[in-house]
Design a protein around this ligand. Sequence first.
Ligand code: AMP
Length: 318
Amino acid sequence: MNNFSEIIDSIKKYNKIIVLRHTNPDPDALGSQKGLANAITEAFPDKEVLIGGNDAQGLKWLSTMDEVKDSDFEGSLVIVTDTANTERIDDDRYNSGDFLIKIDHHPNDDAYGDQLFVNTDASSSSEIIADLIESSNELKLSKTVAYYLYAGIVGDTGRFLYPATTQHTMNIAGEFIALGIDSAGINQHMNEITLPQAKLQGALFDRLKIDESGAAVAVIDTDLINKLGLTREQANSVVSTPGRLKEVHSWLEAVEKEDGTFRMHLRSQGPTINGLAKEHNGGGHPLASGADAKDLAEVEQMFQELIEIVNNYYKKGE
Ligand code: AMP
């Protein structure tokens, strides 16, 4: 594991820097990527800094990507934020630069890169970027940089509600607000849903299967997505919704993909669920993970496994 000053030294060494993040980006992926890129550009205007990956339709208000050509990678420094493993990096060319750095807050199961900084205690990768900037004499926390990092922190903490929110997280967010960022505007963007998404919330509660252990599962299939006129990305907006129910402690949301398989979202308020995610081709944080299921039978199998995890957790009186 490297320290911040070694990472800053690498940033200083390269004239061309490409910042990447994970596929299906969330606000923390985009906020840490764009916040870091802007901080580097502002401190070193002569460097060429590009951000890469596919645009997230619903998050274009936050950030859109640059066009990154194969030739841009030649002799470049590539920094990947918020991405636990190489398969999830949203650009297959991530290894074709001169030097690779990983900066992340997920468990470090895949310790890729020539340098890496991982802090699983951080609320978000955006919080780590704020710490990196704070540690450096060259990088500065401008209002623009703070805007992106704030969006990332708000996204990954569920607006400061999840347990990973610490005093440090709040102090950093306070600094951002002191710089005059439009925090209310960001919160409005994050809070806003469309009418079809609101209808999906209703349908979700109708479909939610809740076991007496407190484990729950909901399947959002293609029929429902089409009936409501939603994109799959929009369907992801209800992932945290079951957690509002008193009866639910840990839950699975299965969103059917175009090929008939399911993208699994795992969430928990206590029992650790990233082991279950790993057994189903996924991974993530102890209380928030993603995985894949090939069919409804595997969704049901995961539900039964989740029930067992929740039962064991409460049996041990945790
Ligand atoms: P999601 O349910 O897609 O919002 O993902 C929840 C968390 O798990 C996020 O922090 C993701 O970055 C992480 N995650 C999702 N899928 C994977 C995977 N296949 N491998 C590692 N981490 C993942």
